[in-house]
Write a protein that binds this ligand. Sequence first.
Ligand SMILES: CC1=C(/C=C/C(C)=C\C=C\C(C)=C\C=C\C=C(C)\C=C\C=O)C(C)(C)CCC1
Ligand SMILES: [Fe+2]
Length: 564
Amino acid sequence: MAAAASYLPTLGTAPKPFFYASHHLRSQTISSATAACCRGGGRIIGCMETARDCGSASHHCAWANIRQERWEGDLAVQGHIPAWLNGTYLRNGPGVWEVGSGEHTFEHVFDGYATLVRVSIRGARGRAAGAHRQIESDAYTSAMTRGRPVMREFSQICPRDPGNLLDRLRGAAGLAAGAVMSDNANTVVLPLGDGRRVLCLADVNKSSVLVDPETLGTIGKLQYTDRLWWWRCPVQCTHPVVTRSGSGDELLTLLPDFARRGYLAVRMPTTGSSEREVLGRVRCRGGPTPGWVHSFAVTERYIVVPEMPLRYSVDRMLKSETGPLYVLDWLPDSGSFMHVICRSTGNTVASVAVPPFVAFHFINAYEERGDDDGGGMANAVIADCCEYYADPAIIQALALHRLRSLDTAKELFPESRVARFRIPLDGSPLGMLETVLDPDAHGRGVELSTINPAYTGREYRYLYACSIRRPYNFFNSLTKMDLVEKDAKSWHEEGTVPSEPFFVARPGGELEDDGVVISTVTSMDGGGYVLLLDAATFKEIARLRFPYGLPVGFHGCWIPDKSY
Ligand SMILES: CC1=C(/C=C/C(C)=C\C=C\C(C)=C\C=C\C=C(C)\C=C\C=O)C(C)(C)CCC1
Ligand SMILES: [Fe+2]
């Protein structure tokens, strides 16, 4: 991992005027929530200016580059932090989409170079401190040094136009060597072992980067020591499931297998070895390549493997081409399937055809048992997800230029639902897919969902997600959904874009919703704050203000402070 380029000086605690050598942005002193500026259309736009111009997501600071490479300082606390909430919340997500003096703007929200946000919360003292820092991946540091993207991001298939044969050969050689695949781990962050290191991940296998949560400094790429060569498994499921086992915590994840079209279910201890052990594999039943798998689900006995008809396009990857869905192809005729692997034997115990679906995030799964079941084989596996009515247009809707120009009062945005798969374990060839909650309960938008982690793989009742408060047509609110009572409670503040509502259980709490929900919120005036909601009432209990606007975030994690 190259050291961060020296021209990006590190900052002390007090925000100071700072200048991105490679960004050529006007130096900004981050002094108050309104000082942060958005960059749009090649000129700096003051967020106060846009707050009057549009009551929608357009020009929203959620899509603006973070203004400084790093910052840290105390956060102004409004409201009351529960005395038991002591620990560190980390949030990963894209934060820099422009490279050079603006001639290189990435196309998609998924492309942004990773910005890690840290919130240290001491409820016992009623205090909080914040920080953010760019993950110094090779992709980021080489782009800052060269003034242009050097590695391929989600939509950035080739760092330069592969016009001539030499460039194409160079691109293919780079791909073959893995050199152009990005390590921009901008999506997920999760603690390893005792939390002294965190693992940041994105969809490309190389995007597995270790970070020190105390300094947010980049430790380096996680070097897997197994033989699951990247040319066989160039991509990974970005959401591993952390499970406790007798010998300590382990990560379970899926690796799409391009050599023998299928998915490998692998596990790796969270400390010590970085060898991924293959637990089992399922064969793809349709299409020329595996379907994109951004997340999956587990139950106490099983691993649920989704085979979506939104499939990776190896052809595009090799030819350095991009298409309407970037490196993905929508192939509904190739079939959609749900597979189930037994965690103890690795055997495939079910593989059923299901209706076409488009889902990034699985919410949870559990085993459906008969009333008199003595603990033997379950009747079926239930798996819930945030599903877009089999419409891949959501991928295009997340293009950066569309998000930056979106007039949410007028334009529509793809709708989503809480969808439930029922996968029979009796050998039936077909699975079911149905909507389990009235979509109007969450404004016909549900995304970036979390649950109480103690209920992972078990029957559960509550989920927390980003949602939509109509008449605006974009994710602008948070909703707690009760799948038993079929009702919902929401939080909304005009003009804001809240990130994933992350549930933190109260130590010793017995009820499923006994805890707090944490979300980072970017407001239209360029402000940024961390919102704390009581998970039971879904009422705001505190907000911890950053002195600047935060770009949009994807996923977070919680590292409890064991000294309290
Ligand atoms: C609900 C909010 C958003 C919408 C999020 C949606 C619709 C999907 C998010 C999917 C994610 C996080 C996928 C990540 C993929 C990462 C990849 C492929 C990385 C590749 C790196 O090279 C917004 C739009 C996120 C805003 C907040 C609320
Ligand atoms: Fe995700």
